[in-house]
Design a protein around this ligand. Sequence first.
Ligand SMILES: Nc1ncnc2c1ncn2[C@@H]1O[C@H](COP(=O)(O)OP(=O)(O)OP(=O)(O)O)[C@@H](O)[C@H]1O
Ligand SMILES: [Mg+2]
Length: 287
Amino acid sequence: MGFLDRFSNKEDQNAQTLDNKVVAFINQKGGVGKTTMAFNCAHALAKRGKRVLAIDLDPQANLSLLFGFETSEQHPYHIHHLMLNSVRELKALHVPAMVQDVMVKGEVDLLPSGQELSGFELTVAGVNFPRQLILKKLLEKNGLLERYDFIVIDCPPTLGLLVVNGLCASAGVIVPFRPDEFSRKGLSHLNEVLADIDDMGVVAAPKILAHIPNLVDIRRKQEEQDLALIAADVGAKNVMDPFFNRAQLVKSQAARKSVYDFQAKEFLGLQKQFNDMAELIDNWNVQ
Ligand SMILES: Nc1ncnc2c1ncn2[C@@H]1O[C@H](COP(=O)(O)OP(=O)(O)OP(=O)(O)O)[C@@H](O)[C@H]1O
Ligand SMILES: [Mg+2]
């Protein structure tokens, strides 16, 4: 490969800077399991001995809550403030907080979120810096890509600027969905957004690593048909085994724990499914 060739292929460029380690959980539909999957998958990767950072990019801050984090007087700052801090033009809004002040350390580290993040799009509306690259720049500037083996991003249920920031910072995406007649439209809309990112020509759009049917009810014939149609659209090999409606997931979340914190036999199936997800990500990483 010649010297210039190294810069001509967008995919290569992406692999060089991000090294297949940032994965976003995305679906513009709410309640499909993005947060649930991101949380447990991050822990599955940590169980494999990986250094994992989870980023909550949703102003609802559900992921942060699963990690037991809530903003308070002692911890007022979160990902929103770090992102604004990384844009020089917004100097007037900068707060005295660095990544290490905001980071919640644990088996999986967390950059938490908070409600101010809902104002992100408006706050950055006037800046000249490429608004879709603010998160990417934050990761790069703070050496987070070097410090972690994997970074897992939990996206809000939109396709707005926050999610585009998540996508531009990622090399891969995982798409949890509920098989119903609306999901097909939603998934094709997501593909359009990925194509738009490619068209911008600044970064390569992340690769879809897997679609995950969630909250599947096998007793409903219609779901089976919808699932078959979606598998035909996206390619059956890109669809992972479905997650059924499992009380164990609700129970573990109520306890703010991952499925790996439970020894009972009834958690083994879920642990295996998240192990498979982590293995898929791990294999993609070394491609
Ligand atoms: N397989 C499952 N079995 C049972 N409950 C589940 C399952 N997957 C998710 N849930 C529950 O469904 C609800 C929605 O899940 P989750 O918050 O992960 O979705 P989301 O896509 O992140 O939602 P939002 O778009 O609002 O961020 C949660 O209460 C979660 O505990
Ligand atoms: Mg969520």
